[in-house]
Design a protein around this ligand. Sequence first.
Ligand code: PHE
Ligand code: ZN
Length: 850
Amino acid sequence: MSIKAAKRREDYLPPDFTVDHIDLKIVLAADATSVSAVLQVTRIGSHERPLCLDGEQLTLKSVEVDGIAWTDYQLSETALTINGVPDSFVLSTVVEIAPAHNTSLEGLYLSDGAFCTQCEAEGFRKITYFLDRPDVLSMYDVTITAPQDEYPQLLSNGNKLASGHNDDGTHWVKWQDPHRKPCYLFALVAGDFDLLTDEFTTQSGRVVALELYVDKGKLNRGQHALDSLKRAMRWDEEVFGLEYDLDVYMIVAVDFFNMGAMENKGLNVFNSKFVLADSETATDDDYFNIESVIAHEYFHNWTGNRVTCRDWFQLSLKEGLTVFRDQIFSETFNSPLATRIKQVKVIREHQFAEDAGPMSHPIRPDEVIEMNNFYTVTVYDKGAEVIRMLWTLLTPEGFKRGMRFYFDRHDGQAVTCDDFVNAMQDANDIDLSLFKRWYGQSGTPRISIAQHGDKLTIGQHTPATADQASKQALLIPLQLEMVPSNGQGESVQLTVALKSETQEVLLPVSSGNRVLSVNSGFSAPVIVEQQASLAELGSILSFAKSDFDRWEASQALFKQAMLANMEGDASVINETAQLMAQFITAEQRNLALLSEVLIPPSVESLVAGLEQVNVDALLNSHKAVYKRVAIECAPMLEKLLAALVLRDEYAYTPEQIVQRKALNTLLKLYSQCQDTSDMLTTLFTNADNMTDTLTALQAAQLGNQSTFESLMQQFEERWQDDPLVLDKWFALHATTERPDILARLQLLMEHKQYTLKNPNRIRAILGSFAFYNTAGLHLSDGSGYRFFTDHLLAIDPVNPQVAARIVTPLLSWRKFDSDRQDKIKFHLTRILDNPQISSDLFEKVSKSLA
Ligand code: PHE
Ligand code: ZN
């Protein structure tokens, strides 16, 4: 394998040619699929350059220009360059590919015997020679031929035009997509699925057929996905006036998939994890995630497909915006508090770490070796926070006006992030030039607050990052809540638009007897440096109007107690435990808030927030504080738990979700200080749903080894033939803190359901281990690093995207003690020294060692 060269955003040039129309004829066979492509090519501008098409792992069979066999071309590993072409012509190529040997899951591959494609970002070049870049928009006609018995369903984008049978037992279907699209939105699926159908009538009265394709026998697990789709379709009409634009919307669930799902025009392909659910097999979180991913892919039809990206550096144009859209959709149909907390945890636990590590990049990156490495929490989730700040600055009405203007101006085009912000600006008569810096600047801004009476001096500065030494001031909408410190009187909320390094703000009411809750609601993706005192945090926890801010205060309290305890200061622990106990007594009826507040920040989020980490001390301190809080709260926990265990038959309703969540939080906490074996066993045995089942397992995992082992064994016996459910079991084992964890992982990887070819399995075992078993990965003798690296080296040649994603926790080695640093570096060097290393791993590991 050879390493790709880096590409720079600034080097963008428009394409030399465009393809107005492509006619694809694909004859499917696992070992030798034939792909004939007829391209209507037009030169752009006046130049003499040849036509250079991308193509990888293709066996070229023939080339014709305007129907004449063509020999004036060069072929390389990655390109077909055709010389001497006219300004406008028809290019016909035939290639052969081998989907059965495609383990990268990019291009055309087999998933459990079904053919499917994944073309984003640069996978179409593994199907045929083409201008594989998002600013080439074409009309598609696609004819698929395959054996009728094995592959009764042949799907592609758009509308079915015709179909027929051949004498040799094959059949064919011809599809036509009436919308121009970039090739990354092309899709093809061929297989034998069960089909769930429904209908949606759009606001203008058109009837859209909805079709959900799932593995045979799984039909009864598809209803929630279909219901979610209908909710998303209605919501986008009501909130943004956006209507679906084809007669059919198809979703196919496959087991082998690198990511969550893909928004191919009219034919979404989903990781089955984000489609299949019933109460027995899916948790409330799974239901939530399915709804949000279904909505996300649906929303892409406008933000991504109708208006797409000019080049891949602009990825956040569609992803940041679409994540934001799915977030506000989720906030409407679920608890806004729980939903916002989930989002902020992703930023704190993963995005801040990315900003602080060797892969740091702005939401619109400047330099990329492997595009697949840039489907990141920065581009997606920080990108969504940047859009959210626009929503705040422009107000929802102004933002919606901007969206309408964006589609009026750019429908059918491939555009940039700047084009998006310009549309927002022009629709609202506001200058957003300062705001645009968020797109080009990486790193997490720090906010400092100094208070002199009723005047605040607010400072902002962004520390240097691996990719950028100097930073500028940003436009930051910072929300503040002035909370009455003793609960007497109303809170006052204000939003300050920070524009320079320091800024003075006059508070709207007297600050006497008030505590400031800064970055209220997480109004901006920043870190607030100012340390509130325990008393102040106690006031915010008790009296803030914003429930989110109350949760923030609880997390700050836990964190301070954990850090102080590491330094041997026990007073913070005591005070924190007392504040938590007071809180639980005062708020015993507010289960929604209780169930969030009483979860301490994860070890991993603490690691992400620290520059230097003493792993062993942190792990101990985390446990000590959690236990101390449990002891202090025990009487109340007992009382609340007794009231919680009696419940109705499972339903995915807001009331029940809150109850199950509270049961989870409280039982985990209570199990820190009490032997809960009997309770957990009873809960596990009586549970009529996966949420409670997992609650029993998680609570046992945290402290009750023998109960954990026996319940886990029962779980395995019950679900051993259902890999999607078994992933939960794999992940629980992989995240358990135990001295023999590596031997345990080895056993898991010998399980009959484990295969290195399925990304869900790898993520469940090795991904969970690397991201969420800090104790195991960082075992002091370095055996965790060795074990993990050995497996990374085995995965890389099979599926480099997955290898590069889970290597992440090793990249931040600089945080750890010098002995661990040396050990991690040793193993990263082993990866880098592998002559077969993929571009994916190379980019990340070489940056980390630089
Ligand atoms: N575009 C997909 C999404 O965010 C993600 C994806 C990227 C899937 C690359 C596959 C490959 O919805
Ligand atoms: Zn997306």
